[in-house]
Design a protein around this ligand. Sequence first.
Ligand code: PLP
Length: 824
Amino acid sequence: MPLYTIHQIAKWTGATAQLKLPDEEISDLITDSRKIRNSDRAMFIALEGHNHDGHTFIKGLIEKGVRNFLLRYVPEGLEKTEANFLLVPDVLASLQSMATAIRTASEAQIIAVTGSNGKTIIKEWLFHLLNSQARTYRSPKSYNSQLGVPLSVWPLSPMAQLGIFEAGISEPGEMERLEKILKPDIGIFSNIGSAHDANFASRKEKVLEKSKLFKDCKKVIYCSDHTELCEGIDQLPDASKWLSWSESDTNADLYIKGIHKSPDGSRIEGRYQGLDLEIEIPFSDAASCENAIHCWLCCLELKVDNTVLKQAFLELPSIAMRLEMKSSKWGSIFISDVYNSDPESLTIAFDFLHQQAPGRKKVLIISDLLQSGLENEVLYTQVAKMIASHGIDTIHAIGKDISAQPELFEGLNITFYPGTDDFVDKLDSLDLTDTAILLKGARHYRFEKIAAKLEVKSHETTLNIHLNNMVENLNEFRKRIGKEVKVMAMVKAFSYGSGSFEIASLLEYHKVDYLAVAYTDEGVELRKAGIQLPIMVLNPEPASFADVVEYQLEPEIYGLDMLYAFDQALGDMGADANYPIHIKLETGMHRLGFEESDLDELIEHLKGSSNIRVVSAFSHLAASDEMSKEDFTRGQIETYRSMSDRLAEELDYPFLRHILNSDGILHYPDAQFDMVRLGIGLYGITSNLEARRKLKVVSELKATVSQVKYLKPGDKVGYGLSFTADRDMKIATITIGYADGFRRSLSNGRGRVWIAGKLHRVIGRVCMDMCMVDVSDSDVRQGDEVEIFGEHISVYELATDLDTIPYEVMTGISQRVKRKYIFE
Ligand SMILES: *Cc1c(COP(=O)(O)O)cnc(C)c1O
């Protein structure tokens, strides 16, 4: 771990230093106040962004023991605190200057990877291939942004001989800053795709912009078969440093003569400097081959011997840079990270655990960590410290190395096992009820065996929910609303079919202000899972009022009868005064709400009752997604304005006003009032095409091919023999049917699914648990993954095939479909 004095950091950042504790040394930089676990030797970087100001967290951090701050101003009242304040005009720029200084002081040879896809995998594979040749540092996870790059340079030790970094940009102007920090010696340009296209005039402009990373590189590796990439590169002055590989151009620096795929992997043959060479990798998809060849040429240019490389390529790890959360037996959840086993990735997994399971007891199942390059004692001291600071309740440690160091884990509730099977044998006798379990094992330890025992067995069909993308969508909406405007996240109907506490914890962690559910039960479930945000209940039935109060839920009150009944119930229960309620106003949808003519009576009752207090008064738009009905919507907004004005005049206390749902936020930005109610937009779904391009896909519904069959002309398919083959055909049976939400109306060509890179039509009738698709013209095999919707088929398209809207598609996915929460 790095360790620098506060004076050193003051110098690097060019700060005006107010040092009350001049002897402090820093090893950790913190940018997210929620992730602080250990305040010793930590420095908080007070970043400012849209709707976010790091300075507001400083007071709380001081209370938690943090003593060092890089900031733009000292918040009021803290001037006299015993702390070190490094004052700078632009915090991010200073952090970048510090990274530049650390990079400059290092003699390591720096490899930098950019491009639209594959950056992280290339970086991780290069690390795997080169770590045995030189002391190699690589940036953690996919830290590649204006903030991520400087943070990833911070741990670069002066002892490192090689450093591997990623750089990514989303708009023009950013790469020059990353180039100044990294000053790479060798570059890799992976490929160019559609990401962030909207922010660049053309693909070529994007290529030229990204190439700025390689300004002073001696060598840059790229694939000359990518025409768009070449068109950009051809315009650059110093052609000689660009080293290409190609499957078609025999003059390429590395000419790929052939790629031979088998079920176990691929053998790649190439010619390099007149020599015929080959490697084998344990993957056969096109993207893996491309990533591997980039690495191959890079290693050859670094003069690594091909026989050494050959062995290392055979053992390329699978880099699923992601954590997955699923439900487990005994009401527990488990998060598995069986791909990465280095200490950095442990921190990421702990943070995920805290984000998703704030209220549960935490259990860690961990194996020996391999290939960290550290001495065992140093490594496990570090691991023990991390476990202690993250408040893990129980630890099961598997493997000879970790078991050999029991004294390092003193004071922790830890049990050691020699091997995975020894643990599996004991598993049934452990009490794991209602816990959150983190599985963290090196590949060799085969933690899949543990996962298989923990997992609730259901069938292969899975709804994958990409939590990071949801957070990005939340932030995209935040950009469009005023700084002071609150966000209520709608998590009704099992969060639009995607989960309950899993989504609510994420949103709570990311600081939405309010949650709303449809029925009381849904709110009770969230409270039981430890959610503390205020929760509005849209449809609280009188029979559930007792639960409403017991679980501190806030009812929507939409009529006089209901108002009297709730007030009465509060009195009967002896609840505290001023119980929070939300008043729903009828403005044109004609569903629920007080009419204009009810207002007098409503106001009279509210004034006379001390049991209740209005926290908000709101209404709902009937056609916010249809601009052809703009006049109607504007009318609703005006009616709402006047009705809520009336309430505001009569009540002698303030309350929140809100009317906009997701599409309302996009189409009527002037009607935000005090709060907005964000629902389906969090899933990247909207009628607004401009916004749709900026939002990310959150959910993917996946099935599997159970069997492949061959038909002769005249053969029939499925119930009712509704399909007859008129030629030789190949069909696949897939694991989804109408009981999963893949409705029967998709039979006979209406429905389409994506397998092995292509769309395929449903043939015959959809059955309860399965259906058949025509795969005559494709290389589809048993076990292949099937996308029902996701990256290639949007929820809109499926909704169109079904003659419905995305809301119904999403909420119609049955509960037996396994939900998997992915964090990348
Ligand atoms: C469902 C709902 C929303 C959210 O609507 P989206 O279109 O999903 O954003 C907002 N307000 C109320 C009252 C709702 O019932």
